[in-house]
Design a protein around this ligand. Structure first.
Ligand code: ATP
Length: 886
């Protein structure tokens, strides 16, 4: 019988030989063998052979096949052979690249795979979710993703969102008792949790009954989201560009073919000309190079603590214009230490508690009892705010375990950042007490009495004024303040939200959470890079502003807003003021969505951090959702497009720089490929219009486009980022990569290379025949493009960039140079690539002609670009100085 929901807990535990202490190591081993890993099968993957066949769907391959056929028709067997070998090589390369890209994405996915907490051998441990087996006792807390199906054993107000199964977006309450005997729908099986659900509230211990494909979601695996990576906007627009370019080129080729035939050139020769033009023009390597550079970018970012889940995000990061960041743990260290407290109407230091005073003793006890964290044996586990309180107790030798055993927790309402309170109930000295801690502004409204050394009395206006004044004082110093209160309740009363009122105030405890050392510089870099940093926190406005000022987020003239004030604002109003607001305090996750939207309506690209269970919608709404790898819930990691493994704001800024660098490198690679192709096209058009012999055979262009050009293009893609990356404004995501300036430089550089290629061609024609001329023009074009690789490394001259700062570009040049030389001097290759032997003088001439365009381009950069960059740097340095001074 499989209906776990209708059986008793004991019966289900017996079925798996499990107990509330979890499985033993041997049981885990045997269950893992029996049930396998807890994984859902992914949709059928394409076989490598299919991927290989798909490579032939390309327009380029079609043109190459035509070229091969024409070569065969004119009896050029060697050329035909080369063309077909190239087609097959190209398909193999495409397949390898596809498989590699998939592997690299899979390894990134593995890095961001979820974990689960289970009890095994009586200990709570964290394991990768795919290692959970039936019989395991799974511990669920708000923010967890349920890893497998299971029967609830112990329940503390658990609420889960089962929308992936039932489509119902509202969270449902769960219970631990038996619900029904008969078969009922999943949504009604209230004592069960199902794989793929999200825990939105509360806690529970669950006995796992089904894993992997046996789970309910496994049964409907066809509904699973398609995990295939979609093309990034850049990839899609380049694909689109390539297609349009191909069509234009085909039309021009057809016209050239028509003109040639009209002139009386033999049809096959004319066809060869047209095909050569098409081969010269189509940037074959473009899409693979973009994918390679993006994939390498993600690997670099992963090594720098940012796991990017989608290639799209690498690109998007480069356009980020606003970073909305949580405060606690991201901008600050999340290492809390208690400083001052307020009790009995006076402020005391952490070491000044008097345990003989009942109120002070109760404040300390409450801070440890209404607390889920532990610092036993120096090992700190749990929320740092709560750990700080346990550490405070240690100063007075209060043993957390002893205290918690002595006054056992009877009932609880867990902390959540919307409510900003946590409550527990205990029997203390024969009294049933409800203990509550949380944000003062929430708690103070619910207080009726105050406990002082002289006893409990009604709270007065003066008391409230003093408490609020003290709170402000603490907050202005950047301290986080927690308020503590209690009330008497009925014996065994199970706590509900309605009980959180009519309290007796005990006191305040404040704690310091220093900013991370790197935050100040990261915020400063952000501002220099034209990016607006915004702090969004659940903490108090004054505390938030104090920290924001310290690290440079909040400046004179900026605004700070509280969640309540935000609620009163209309969307229009918010949109109007949004660029002035640097700090949002006491916000709940729903407010975050409005903030993101307001910025987006101003055409800003927003990166937003989040860690809590309710942050998922805001993370999805943001252009780049960023989850915290250490403190973040599984739900937030699932919704994010990037995960920080160090939870650090500075890592976001570093990722933006990386994103900008990747985009810049891709743009430079494209510039390199397209300017080289332009040179080829112009040379062919020139020869065709002047009725000269053909300057290149299709194999020449294939050799250049697929072999000697690919390596420098990848090397350019690997160019390291420099300081300049964060001195410019963010790029507009809507801007096309092919801006006017970009097209202009491609045309000018292409023309320059074409001119010297044609000079080589004419020299060949004058001193030899058409074959020599074509060999000279091919070699000059090939070598000039190899040299041109150095020009495309960046805006500045090679002297400024540093010759050795990109070793790949030197290797790429040398590899291309060796390949070209091999083709020119090895007799078999000479035959295959249709080149005539050259003498030393001719080779020397080629070297000189090929390097001239690069000398000219470098001279231009030296005179114009290097100077203008220095100007810009000086300007940005003086801006930096100004902002530091401010
Ligand atoms: P962030 O800056 O990352 O948004 P935060 O830690 O400042 O996060 P929350 O965790 O939502 O924000 O906390 C909001 C408020 O709730 C805090 O200012 C504090 O008053 C109160 N609070 C925080 N942690 C606890 C807790 N464990 N128990 C009770 N109250 C808490």
């Amino acid at each position: 019988m499989n209906n776990y929901f209708s059986r008793s807990k004991e019966e289900v535990l017996t079925e798996f030989n499990s107990s509330v202490n979890g499985l033993t190591d041997n049981q885990v081993k045997s269950y893992t063998e029996k049930y396998g890993l807890n994984e859902l099968k992914e949709k059928e993957k394409k076989s490598t052979f299919i991927v290989f066949l798909e490579q032939f769907k390309d327009l380029l391959v079609l043109i190459l096949i035509i070229a091969g056929a024409v070569s065969m028709a004119i009896g050029n067997i060697e050329s035909t052979l080369v063309i077909f070998v190239v087609i097959i090589l190209n398909a193999i390369l495409g397949t390898v690249q596809h498989v590699k890209a998939e592997q690299s994405l899979n390894s990134l996915k593995a890095l961001s795979a979820p974990n689960s907490k289970v009890i095994r051998n009586g200990n709570k441990i964290e394991i990768p979710s795919n290692q959970v087996v039936p019989g395991d006792i799974l511990i669920l807390e708000a923010g967890d993703l349920v890893a497998a199906d299971g029967r609830i054993l112990e329940n503390y107000s658990l609420q889960v969102n089962e929308s992936s199964l039932t489509g119902e977006s509202e969270s449902v309450n769960k219970f631990s008792e038996i619900i029904a005997e008969e078969e009922i729908a999943l949504g009604d099986q209230k004592n069960m949790v199902f794989s793929g659900s999200l825990v939105t509230y509360g806690r529970a211990n669950v006995l796992i009954t089904k894993t992997g494909m046996d789970t309910e979601i496994g049964k409907i695996a066809s509904l699973l989201e398609n995990t295939q990576e979609k093309k990034t906007p850049l990839q899609a627009s380049l694909d689109d560009f390539s297609k349009k370019l191909a069509i234009i080129i085909l039309i021009i080729s057809a016209i050239i073919f028509g003109i040639d035939v009209f002139r009386g050139t033999p049809i096959l020769d004319s066809l060869m000309f047209a095909v050569a033009l098409a081969v010269a023009a189509i940037p074959e390597a473009l899409s693979s190079i973009v994918t390679i550079v993006l994939a390498l970018g993600t690997q670099k970012m992963a090594s720098e603590n940012a796991i990017v889940k989608y290639l799209k995000a690498v690109e998007g990061l480069g356009c980020v214009s606003v970073i909305c960041s949580d405060k606690t743990g991201t901008l600050t260290q999340n290492k809390m230490t208690v400083k001052k407290s307020f009790v009995n109407g006076k402020i005391i230091e952490d070491k000044e508690y008097n345990l003989n005073d009942e109120t002070e003793k109760l404040l300390l006890q409450t801070s440890i009892l209404c607390n889920d964290s532990s610092a036993e044996g120096g090992k700190e586990i749990g929320d740092p705010t709560e750990v700080a309180l346990v550490n405070l107790g240690k100063i007075y030798s209060i043993n957390e375990l002893e205290l918690r055993n002595k006054y056992e927790r009877i009932s609880e309402i867990p902390f959540d950042s919307d409510r900003k309170l946590m409550s527990t109930s205990h029997k203390i000295n024969e009294k049933n007490l409800m203990l509550t801690k949380g944000a003062l502004d929430v708690l103070l409204n619910r207080v009726k009495y105050i406990k002082t050394s002289t006893g409990v009395r009604e709270i007065t206006k003066e008391d409230i004024i003093t408490i609020e004044k003290t709170n402000r004082e603490f907050s202005e110093n950047g301290l986080r303040v927690l308020a503590f209160a209690y009330k008497e309740i009925e014996e065994n009363q199970s706590l509900t939200l309605d009980d959180e009122n009519n309290y007796t105030f005990i006191g305040l405890i404040s704690m310091i959470d220093p900013p991370r050392e790197e935050s100040k510089k990261a915020v400063h870099d952000c501002i220099t890079a034209g990016i607006k940093p915004v702090m969004i926190t659940g903490d108090h406005k004054i505390t938030a502003c104090a920290i924001a000022k310290e690290i440079g987020i909040f400046k004179d003239g900026d605004l700070a807003l509280e969640g309540l004030e935000l609620e009163k604002m209309s969307d229009e109003e918010l949109k109007e003021k949004v660029d002035k607001i640097s700090v949002y305090a006491r916000v709940s996750p729903e407010h975050k969505i409005r903030i993101v939207r307001a910025w987006q309506e101003k055409d800003m690209i927003v990166a937003m951090t989040g860690d809590g269970v309710n942050d998922a919608p805001a993370l999805k709404q943001a252009n780049i959702g960023i989850a915290m790898g250490i403190t973040g819930t599984e739900v937030s990691k699932d919704a994010a497009s990037m995960i920080l493994t160090d939870d650090n704001f500075a890592t976001i800024v570093k990722s933006v720089a990386n994103g900008r660098n990747v985009y810049k490198n891709i743009k430079n690679s494209i510039r390199f490929l397209l300017s080289g192709n332009t040179a080829g096209i112009l040379a062919i058009l020139y020869a065709s219009l002047l009725a000269l012999p053909m300057p290149f055979a299709p194999v020449h262009l294939l050799f250049i486009n697929l072999l000697t050009d690919s390596l420098p293009a990848i090397a350019i893609g690997l160019e390291m980022g420099n300081d300049d990356l964060l001195t410019e404004k963010p790029r507009n995501s809507k801007d096309s990569i092919l801006t006017k300036d970009f097209v202009k430089s491609i045309s000018v550089e292409g023309l320059l290379i074409a001119i010297f290629t044609m000079i080589a061609f004419h020299i060949g024609l004058n001193f030899g025949d058409a074959a020599l001329a074509s060999t000279m023009s091919f070699s000059t074009l090939c070598l000039a493009r190899l040299f041109h690789g150095f020009n495309c490394r960046g805006k500045q001259s090679i002297f400024k960039l540093g010759f050795k700062s990109n070793k790949y570009s030197i290797w790429a040049f040398l590899a291309g140079f060796v390949l070209l030389t091999a083709v020119l001097v090895v007799p078999v290759l000479q035959n295959l690539f249709e080149v005539s032997p050259l003498n030393l003088g001719q080779i020397g001439l080629i070297y000189i002609l090929a390097i001239i365009p690069t000398v000219l381009i470098q001279a231009y950069k030296l005179l114009i670009n290097d100077n203008s960059n220095t100007d810009k740097k000086n300007l940005s340095n003086s801006n930096k100085d100004k902002s530091i001074a401010a």
